[in-house]
Write a protein that binds this ligand. Structure first.
Ligand SMILES: Nc1nc2c(ncn2[C@@H]2O[C@H](COP(=O)(O)OP(=O)(O)OP(=O)(O)O)[C@@H](O)[C@H]2O)c(=O)[nH]1
Length: 863
């Protein structure tokens, strides 16, 4: 008879298992001893009955799962059972697998997330193996002579190891291997054996060191899925690969018919505080002479320009330094660029506060958003400092940056060690992996260059330094991009069209089919196919030369040939001194927009108190600005009519900076000590723009909502959920609060609600690869400082199934549902489906893609 037993720790379960007192759970598909499985005691003599006829999707006669048991050896009982066809040993502590050869009928072997360094050679005896998973180990070499014994292998996961080559005999699997995952390894080139895999359909190569992809791979392999981001690619460039298989194939088709051209292009982003001298440097470099900027000519939003020198094209992105613009900056800060961090030496003091404001803030943001970037610090205004002062300030900044780099390293090491020391570390493998990936990232900070921007000699020295760095392949491995000539021809033709057409030059928007017609009239481009044009436009969009949001329905047929129009529009809405702009909207514009002076005063009040603008205010503001700029004709197109949204609103929604708002705290009515209360901690801090985007996304799921600056209240099925941001150094978190449900049945809905927000945060996290999140529930005993750390939320199982949790500090026992979701949102979707607004699934589909369904909400969001 099977009996329920109280929950045990994973260590206990593992130990008991090895002592012949295993817990097992028969789930209809075989033995499952995973620590998340419901624990039931099985007498030893029932061992043989553990292996069970499979009733699941994969047809394995005998299936055994021994996940997350801290096993250091494969239990002898398992090795004695040579009838096993599927063995899952993931998330254990295995280093070696002596005796595994005995399981000669194995068809599936999962060894993911163990401690394997040396490839287990006995695997060569498993001649029936079809699926082999060795990901997340530390394997450096796979010896020859293993794969040649595995002719049936169709699925091979080797990601997250330390491999830089594969054995030649992998080619023996050419008529079987369909899936190969080599991501997060050290490959410099595609292994030759891969090119022989004539049945390969899925190939994953994220985060290696690849520079070039062989054309043959795309011509001869039947690939249906190919992922290669995170490599320093030059052929095809990363911006082509981002378009997926179809665009890569089209790129190689073009290359096959013509001689490749090399393009040397560097996106250069100027960041730093206001009045640091960014625009002065940018303009002086471009005009090859000193350009004096008056303080009134402050950069608004972002200014984009091009500068060519010694065969390099620099695309300068000059970011405005005022705080108001920071919220949108992260959208334009992209990887693979040179960041010039400009610091005003006259303003800089050798104090922690000054460093934090003028330098640390930017370094932190780069850590979070583009952790692999290259930063060149430049100190300006040295003409008003003495030589010694410049020397000391330079040393101070460089040493403080070094301290930051060291601190980040040790924080990461500390977070990793915490997870590893956790008694149940196997529950935190995904968090551990993300941290390990962050550990691999290196923010390269070059030596600071002091300049007097009023002296052209200094500007030239800076120019020389920039050129020296971009020519250094170790620092910029992918500056050179190999392109088919047609890419350059289309780019040149677009510049030509814009220059010739005065009206177009003003707003820079063009309909895609018209653009195609115009381009087709040009010499060289008479046979330009519209699909190829789309591919080239995608590439030009990714390098930042044009803007084309094809994924936004309302914008798919509009190409912004000069991104400046968008900047002009953003400038109007996201700008320094917006309050004054609102106040200065002319009365006749208000009248035309059916608004009053009182409305205008309300808009100013709402903006000051909640940082929000209503649609009507935006329309009036834009009308005001576009009319001033003599661009009346684009107003309707951009802003639309009062009944129909124009392109602008689609854009703002796309960037998630568009939301209407109302009163929050009044609706919430204050915190109660009974509330369910969760904190999502951010390390190093909550990035600018994160909270706002979280709110916009959350509000699009829950139509009843109220928003203010750092706080938001959502309602689902009459239940309120409060989201609050707290951003302090070393203590940055977003707090989620719900009222404690009166009856047991209410917990499911409340936890589903919380999980939705956490899932959205996890989705957003993808845009800040250097950011770490950790979810914790504070202990419910008043004054107790302890917190319950949430395990990985990575699959459809519950976060926990335990009934009671005991606080390690105050020793109080709590019902688990007061602290963690007891049932995972597998059921969330069902519970919420009835409660959520009908728009939910529609918005969800728009946000997470066409294959998104409510059922896949969580898995999609947390992938
Ligand atoms: N004396 C001196 N003045 C400088 C130097 N660099 C910049 N300035 C002056 O500082 C002021 C601000 O320079 P900008 O280039 O506009 O600064 P910015 O960083 O682009 O400022 P925002 O547009 O607000 O982001 C201008 O008046 C410049 O002429 C320098 O090295 N020495």
């Amino acid at each position: 008879m099977l009996q329920d037993t109280p929950p045990h720790s994973a260590t206990e379960r593992g130990r008991a298992f090895l002592q012949g007192d295993p817990f097992s759970h028969r789930d209809g598909r075989g033995l499952d001893c995973s620590s998340r499985a419901k624990c039931q005691q099985v007498p030893l003599n029932l061992w043989n009955s553990w292996t069970k006829k499979n009733q699941g999707q994969e047809d394995y006669r005998n299936e055994v799962t021994l996940s997350r048991l801290r096993l250091r050896v494969v239990p002898p009982e398992v090795l004695q059972n040579n009838g096993i066809e599927s063995l899952n040993l993931d998330r254990n502590k295995l280093k070696q697998l002596p005796g595994i050869a005995k399981l000669c009928n194995l068809r599936k072997l999962v060894l993911s997330k163990n401690d394997i360094i040396d490839f287990p050679e006995e695997i060569r005896s498993l001649v029936h193996l079809e699926k082999l998973e060795l990901n997340q180990n530390q394997i450096r070499v796979i010896p020859e002579g293993v794969f040649s014994c595995l002719p049936k292998l169709r699925h091979l996961r080797l990601n997250n190891n330390r491999l830089d080559r594969l054995p030649k005999d992998l080619a023996v699997c050419c008529s079987s291997l369909q899936y190969l995952n080599l991501s997060n390894n050290l490959f410099l080139a595609i292994p030759l054996a891969v090119l022989e895999l004539k049945c390969l359909q899925e190939l994953y190569l994220y985060n290696n060191k690849l520079r070039q992809l062989p054309m043959k791979m795309f011509k001869e392999l039947p690939l249906k899925m190919f992922k290669v981001s995170g490599n320093p690619l030059r052929e095809p460039p990363y911006e082509v690969c981002a378009g997926g298989l179809r665009q890569i194939t089209s790129y190689f088709d073009q290359l096959q018919n013509s001689r490749a051209e090399e393009d040397r292009r560097v996106k250069t982003m100027f960041l730093g505080m206001s009045l640091a001298g960014k625009s002065t440097i940018c303009k002086s470099l471009k005009q090859r002479q000193i350009v004096q900027m008056s303080e009134e000519e402050r950069t608004v939003g972002i200014e984009i320009s091009e500068f060519q020198i010694q065969g390099f094209t620099f695309l300068f992105w000059d970011f405005a330094g005022q705080l108001e613009y920071y919220m949108t900056h992260h959208m334009f800060i992209t990887p693979q660029a040179l960041v010039i961090l400009v610091i005003n030496f006259q303003q800089y003091q050798r104090s922690d506060d000054s460093f934090k404001e003028l330098v640390g803030f930017w370094i932190n943001n780069l850590f979070m958003r583009v952790p692999n970037s290259v930063v060149l610090p430049v100190g300006t205004h040295i003409d008003v400092c003495c030589e010694q002062e410049v020397k000391e300030k330079k040393e101070d900044i460089m040493s403080k940056i070094q301290d930051m780099l060291d601190e980040r390293k040790s924080t990461l090491a500390h977070l990793i060690a915490n997870l590893e020391d956790n008694e149940e570390s196997e529950f935190f493998v995904d968090q551990w992996n993300r941290l390990k990936e962050m550990e691999q990232c290196t923010l390269t900070v070059l030596d600071l260059v002091p300049v007097n921007c009023m002296d052209y000699e200094d500007i030239r020295t800076l120019e020389g330094t920039i050129l020296k760095h971009v020519k250094n392949e170790a620092v910029f491995p992918n500056v050179i991009q190999v392109l088919p000539p047609i890419y350059k021809q289309v780019e040149a033709a677009i510049v030509n069209i814009v220059q010739k057409n005065e009206e177009l030059a003003e707003h820079g928007m063009m309909d895609l089919s018209l653009l195609h017609r115009e381009l087709s009239c040009q010499f060289h481009l008479t046979h330009l196919d519209v699909e190829l044009l789309r591919d080239i436009l995608r590439y030009l969009h990714r390098i930042g030369l044009i803007v084309w949001y094809e994924e936004v329905k309302q914008l798919e047929s509009t190409v912004f040939l000069c991104p400046d129009i968008l900047i002009t529009i953003f400038k109007t809405l996201v700008r320094y001194g917006l309050t004054q702009q609102l106040e200065s909207i002319a009365v006749d514009i208000l009248i035309a927009e059916h608004a009053t002076i009182r409305d205008r005063a309300n808009w100013v009040w709402a903006f000051k108190s909640k940082a929000m603008l209503c649609q009507k205010a935006m329309r009036a503001l834009l009308k005001h600005q576009l009319y001033l700029d003599g661009m009346r004709d684009v107003f309707e197109e951009m802003v639309g009519s009062r009944s129909q949204k124009g392109k602008l609103f689609s854009l703002l929604e796309h960037f998630e900076i568009c939301l209407e708002s109302e009163e929050v705290s009044k609706m919430w009515g204050g915190d109660h000590k009974e509330d369910l209360h969760i904190r999502v901690y951010f390390s190093p801090e909550i990035p600018e723009g994160f909270f706002k985007r979280l709110m916009v996304k959350a509000c699009s799921f829950f139509s009843t909502h109220w928003v203010a600056k750092a706080i938001c209240l959502l309602i689902c099925s009459g239940k309120p959920l409060l989201i609050k941001a707290n951003n302090q150094k070393g203590y940055s978190y977003i707090e989620l609060r719900c009222r404690k449900p009166a009856e047991r049945a209410g917990f499911q809905l409340v936890w589903d609600f919380v999980m939705t927000i956490i899932s959205i945060s996890n989705k957003l996290l993808e845009e800040w690869p250097g950011l770490h999140l950790c979810v914790k529930t504070p202990c419910r005993t008043a004054g107790c400082p302890a917190e319950f750390v949430w395990p990985d939320v990575d699959d459809k199982s519950t976060v926990t199934k335990e009934e009671i949790k005991t606080c390690g500090t105050c020793a109080f026992r709590f019902e688990t549902e007061l602290l963690l979701p007891k049932e995972y949102p597998g059921q969330m979707t069902r519970a919420m489906q009835e409660k959520l607004p009908a728009r939910f699934s529609e918005i969800f589909r728009d946000t997470f893609g066409p294959c998104g369904t409510l059922e896949t909400l969580h898995s999609k969001l947390t992938v």
